[in-house]
Design a protein around this ligand. Structure first.
Ligand SMILES: Nc1ncnc2c1ncn2[C@@H]1O[C@H](COP(=O)(O)OP(=O)(O)OP(=O)(O)O)[C@@H](O)[C@H]1O
Length: 306
């Protein structure tokens, strides 16, 4: 089978700074010997077209880091990532510009996805209807509740027709009616043979529509298998962990976190290869989009200053 997503020995590490000045110093001096924390280490896996994959794991295990790598929001520190198609990430805190209105965000995100004005006009009303946030669509996003942000983010992402949809906890803040609407839309997506990565702490949500589940544990893949099997083992682990005393829990966490600081010799090269469906972006169109983006940002900044 032809994989849609392929990770080969991918690691993502972060330099840990105590002060902002340390970060600045590293940029200027190109110094590279700061303490490294491996949010993900040497992970390899493949996902096929049409699969719905669940990501589970304790807080801080590396799920969002993985979804950000998949969406190319951040680059890997080492290893190779191959992605065939357009990706769209839906996460509570990512993607929307807080100082722009909902409507302006729709335009901006659609432009960033390579749609032209005529295409945006065609889907704009569907997005507004799906988000269903009433007159708030004309208000700056900073005035939205987290559920409203999730509604708008989901509505935009689903209507830009990506090949790979990454849903990172975005449904956890919506109410039940919105959750049901999203689930229906995700199922349509699945039936069209598209690929879905679903990050959630709700095992019942994951079990409801993921065929395979990846359990990430302190930056490593602990299991990647049939949903039922992984969820059952994960529940056993959670039950075992909950029976530990507070001191044992703390020690166990500390032991695992210490492992994530250990630096081993890994190749320093990294690479992302994204093979897009079809490039809608000619250089001219892309230049225009950047200009529009700059214009909108300047406009909203001057609006805020007034
Ligand atoms: N920019 C960063 N700088 C330093 N450390 C980071 C950064 N981003 C993430 N981390 C660390 O990487 C680890 C993985 O974080 P991540 O957000 O991927 O976990 P998660 O599994 O999504 O957690 P949660 O379930 O709480 O959302 C955490 O220990 C986090 O503190």
């Amino acid at each position: 089978m032809n994989p849609k997503i392929r990770f080969m020995n991918v690691s993502k590490s972060f330099s840990l700074y105590r002060k902002q000045s340390e970060k600045l110093f590293d940029i200027i001096s190109l110094k590279k010997d700061r303490d490294q924390f491996f949010a993900l280490r040497n992970i390899s896996f493949e996902v096929n077209e049409g699969e719905a994959i669940g990501l589970i794991g304790l807080n801080g295990s590396g799920k969002s880091t993985l979804s950000n790598l998949l969406a190319q929001v951040i680059p890997p520190s080492s290893g190779m990532i191959e992605i065939k198609g357009e990706t769209s990430l839906i996460a509570i805190s990512v993607g929307l510009n807080n100082s722009l209105t909902g409507l302006e965000n729709i335009k901006l995100k659609c432009l960033m996805h390579g749609l032209n004005n005529a295409e945006i006009d065609q889907i704009k009303s569907d997005i507004i209807e799906f988000a269903d946030i009433g007159n708030f669509i004309n208000q700056p996003v900073k005035n939205y509740s987290s559920g409203m942000k999730s509604r708008l983010g989901f509505a935009i992402s689903i209507h830009t027709n990506p090949d790979i949809l990454i849903v990172d906890e975005a449904l956890s803040v919506g109410d039940q009616t919105f959750y049901k609407k999203c689930l229906d839309k995700i199922n349509v997506f699945k039936s069209q043979g598209k690929t879905i990565i679903f990050v959630s702490h709700s095992l019942s949500q994951i079990e409801a529509f993921c065929e395979r589940v990846m359990w990430i544990h302190f930056g490593q893949i602990k299991m990647f298998d049939e949903a039922k099997k992984v969820i059952s083992d994960y529940k056993k682990f959670i039950n075992w962990f909950n029976l530990l005393s507070e001191k044992e829990k703390k020690n166990s966490r500390k032991e695992m976190l210490d492992e994530q600081y250990k630096v081993e010799l890994i190749p320093s090269n990294s690479h992302i290869q994204q093979i897009k469906r079809k490039s809608k972006k000619s250089n001219v169109a892309f230049g225009i989009q950047i200009l529009v983006l700059l214009f909108v940002v300047i406009l909203s900044a001057s609006y805020m200053l007034l």
